[in-house]
Design a protein around this ligand. Structure first.
Ligand code: PNS
Length: 162
């Protein structure tokens, strides 16, 4: 049985993340989406808000659960009894960071393997950062995030302007 973790900041979840979630839940028996609680990154959304959005957009995926975590990913993986970490690779520019992360995690905890899925081509350019930037300038983000997430971003941006 393969229980895998798909970790990330998810600030907020995009169609690129959802593509990886859907495809990796075909491979794993159970998929835990691990949402990093790290205020040092000054996220737009609190960890609770990010978890809520992920739960909403994965509600029809029975193999998927969404959990927040703090500290080291390998500790979270051990606590969850997960044998694999899933990461998406969008382009060659992701490779160096992802390679470092995977090697470090394997050094810290030999039992946790990192599996990479290449992002579907249509989302290979997409990131949460770009989505937030487009939204902050009033651009249309409907093709990048689910409608529920789009509404939460618009609300947040409006509140920040007040
Ligand atoms: O979506 P992101 O921001 O690219 O995700 C990065 C994440 C959450 C996978 C990474 O920052 C992480 O695992 N952080 C937890 C701390 C940790 O275990 N770091 C690895 C040792 S360098």
């Amino acid at each position: 049985m393969l229980r895998a973790i798909y970790p990330g900041s998810f600030d907020p979840v995009t169609y690129g993340h959802l593509d990886i979630i859907m495809r990796s839940s075909e491979i794993a028996d159970e998929l835990i989406v691990g949402v990093l609680n790290n205020n040092a990154k000054s996220p737009l959304f609190s960890v609770e808000e990010r978890v809520k959005m992920l739960k909403e957009v994965t509600k029809n995926m029975p193999k998927v659960t969404v959990v927040s975590f703090e500290g080291l990913l390998v500790d979270f993986a051990r606590k969850m009894n997960a044998g694999a970490v899933i990461r998406g690779l969008r382009a060659i520019t992701d490779f160096e960071y992802e390679f470092q992360l995977a090697q470090t995690n394997r050094k810290l905890e030999a039992g946790v393997e990192t599996l990479f899925l290449t992002t579907s081509l249509e989302y290979s350019y997409l990131s949460s950062t770009t989505v937030k930037e487009i939204a902050s300038f009033g651009g249309d983000i409907s093709q990048f995030v689910p409608a529920y997430v789009e509404s939460r971003i618009q609300e947040k941006i409006k509140k920040r302007r007040v």
